[in-house]
Design a protein around this ligand. Sequence first.
Ligand SMILES: Nc1ncnc2c1ncn2[C@@H]1O[C@H](COP(=O)(O)OP(=O)(O)OP(=O)(O)O)[C@@H](O)[C@H]1O
Length: 289
Amino acid sequence: MKNVLIIANPTSGGYDPRRIELIEDYLAQAGCKVEIRLTTHAGEIEQIASDPRLAVDVLVIAGGDGSVNEALTGFQVNAAPPDLAVIPAGTANVLAHELGLPKRPLAIARSILAHRTKPLHFGLANGHPFVLMASAGMDADVVHALPLALKRKFGKLAYVLTAIKIGLTRRSSEMTVEVDGKSLTGKLIVATNGRFYGGPFVVCPDASVTTSGLHVLVLQKDDPISALRFGIALLLGRVHKARGVTVTAFEKAKILAKAPTAVQIDGDPYGATPVALEAGAHGYTIVVP
Ligand SMILES: Nc1ncnc2c1ncn2[C@@H]1O[C@H](COP(=O)(O)OP(=O)(O)OP(=O)(O)O)[C@@H](O)[C@H]1O
């Protein structure tokens, strides 16, 4: 009998209790012992995931990338973390694209029952795990400035509206990223653990969250015209080939800026530069379709 704990973030975009109950029903009918817990505040998933007494076979996160990030953050201090599974919700849910996760409740329940797993690698930004990306510059400014109510109302469009709003007035700062002894300069620096960014948009075809290795994308300009050009290239899955963009594999890197510049991790605000980046020492285990 499989012991399954589903932790759901009821504030994540697209949260649907009916879907979660259906998955619970399928799993229970198949003989699993299932418990559902709804979070009441940010930080609760991390707390639960860090508890060494967490005696479950699979910890299922029903939420977006920020919720999954919390689970990994908790796992960092748990000597024997359980396998992870995801019921995708959230505004962008890049991890769901990375892993090709199904959306239908029955398919999700079946994948948890089949329990096929892969290693889930992650990076560390100032010691904090990132499953997808850690970045500094324009996109982090947008994440910091994005009003939650706007995100809930307009979903991904809220990022575009906020980018337009702040893009006209913000002052960008020149940053340097020291990559394995080399020095690169740019206006937007994205360390990525995976292939996708912002949803189903490929930024690093060579990367995957299920294999080890980090890459850094350096965008040399972020004036409104360049931002529009990079935005279109992103939608076309060609930003890594765009003029003024470099992609470099790295083991250790450090982002430095003259003035403190906003940083985001997996779509949530995370302080400011400087940021030291490196791969996590080991992977966790994630259920895949
Ligand atoms: N009950 C809660 N109340 C407020 N915040 C919460 C609660 N539970 C979790 N959170 C926080 O909400 C943040 C965002 O959640 P999540 O990533 O699941 O959804 P999202 O923001 O819609 O999705 P995405 O990250 O894909 O844009 C998480 O980083 C988590 O810390």
